[in-house]
Design a protein around this ligand. Sequence first.
Ligand SMILES: Cc1cc2nc3c(=O)[nH]c(=O)nc-3n(C[C@H](O)[C@H](O)[C@H](O)COP(=O)(O)OP(=O)(O)OC[C@H]3O[C@@H](n4cnc5c(N)ncnc54)[C@H](O)[C@@H]3O)c2cc1C
Length: 157
Amino acid sequence: MLATADPLAAPLIDPNFLGDADDLQRLRTGFRHMRRILGQPALQAYGGQESPASARAQTDLELEMFIRDHADTVYHPVGSVRMGPDASDPLDAQMRVKGVGGLRVVDASAMPQIISGNTNAPVIMMAERAAEFIRAAQRQPEVVQVAAPPVAVAAAV
Ligand SMILES: Cc1cc2nc3c(=O)[nH]c(=O)nc-3n(C[C@H](O)[C@H](O)[C@H](O)COP(=O)(O)OP(=O)(O)OC[C@H]3O[C@@H](n4cnc5c(N)ncnc54)[C@H](O)[C@@H]3O)c2cc1C
């Protein structure tokens, strides 16, 4: 989201983490499972101990506060400026911003949707492809329309 009309200002990015109560409930449940597993006798031989900060979190509310303070994401955000054929897709298949000349978006945000694997290599591939598109576009003005070859006239001898 744009913060101001200043194009150089940093945008507002709010992924709305924990905006849904169900997410928090699942994390609390997972946290308790993890604590139970790590507390098993079979693991005691390794001497690991829960950190004092998380050990203090026992009630639902304490766990919520701990999760809100410490949880982070490993999500791979993509698709904020996706390419696609629909009018609502901001980019065309060559990652050009529709309706704006000389502007492409070439990064993970151009992906139409999250891919099933890791994102880094596909982003590099997209950049290589975009470089090809840009080079081809630069070559285009040099392409001159070749006139039709002269028609051969057979001379009667
Ligand atoms: C913690 C973490 C772990 C990850 N692990 C993996 C993994 O194991 N394997 C994998 O495939 N992917 C992984 N990813 C995802 C992968 O790193 C990203 O999907 C990929 O880097 C996205 O590339 P990008 O070009 O879209 O953005 P970025 O790599 O974020 O590049 C954006 C660049 O733009 C620069 N920039 C920002 N604003 C400006 C500005 N105003 N002016 C100039 N420059 C600016 C930034 O400094 C940055 O260099 C991980 C991501 C994270 C966060």
